[in-house]
Design a protein around this ligand. Structure first.
Ligand code: IDP
Length: 137
């Protein structure tokens, strides 16, 4: 069993896709074991995406992630990190495979509906960024 951090981003929450997105995770072998809706502060979004701070899209990304609430979750399952990335699809929805969340819900490369940790190491860091161990069921 492995755990990964998932975020349903503002574009998806705004369009009422929370339930449909969680259903896809559940239907494909991932179980939410922690969950919170929250409106990220600028500081929280900048800290979360610090690795991208030198990228040209950083300012826009922080602005997007803070404009309305998100749902942060810990998903658990076999190979959860890679499984979640498969279910999400490619960063740019134009390149995302059929049946993936980003293919079906994302608006564009920035407003792409979901975040998922890209390695078990980053998953541990990202989970700890949002959840205390006592909040994970
Ligand atoms: P990932 O979310 O698929 O792991 P990353 O390359 O880690 O992709 O980028 C983090 C987030 O930054 C993306 O999900 C997307 O919201 C945003 N992003 C990535 N590349 C671009 C870009 O070229 N323009 C605008 N936003 C981008």
């Amino acid at each position: 069993m492995e755990r990964t951090l998932s975020i349903i981003k503002p574009d998806a929450v705004e369009r009422n896709f929370v339930g449909q997105i969680i259903s896809r995770f559940e239907a494909q072998g991932l179980r939410p074991v922690a969950m919170r809706m929250m409106h990220l502060s600028q500081k929280e979004a900048e800290g979360f995406y610090a690795v991208h701070s030198e990228r040209p899209f950083f300012k826009d990304l922080v602005s997007f992630m803070t404009r309305s609430p998100v749902v942060v979750m810990v998903l658990e399952g076999e190979g959860a990190v890679a499984r979640n990335r498969e279910i999400m699809g490619a960063t740019n929805p134009e390149n995302a495979a059929e049946g993936t969340i980003r293919k079906d819900f994302a608006k564009n490369i920035e407003e792409n509906s979901v975040h998922g940790s890209d390695s078990p190491e980053n998953a541990a860091i990202e989970i700890a960024y949002f959840f205390r161990s006592t909040e994970i069921c």
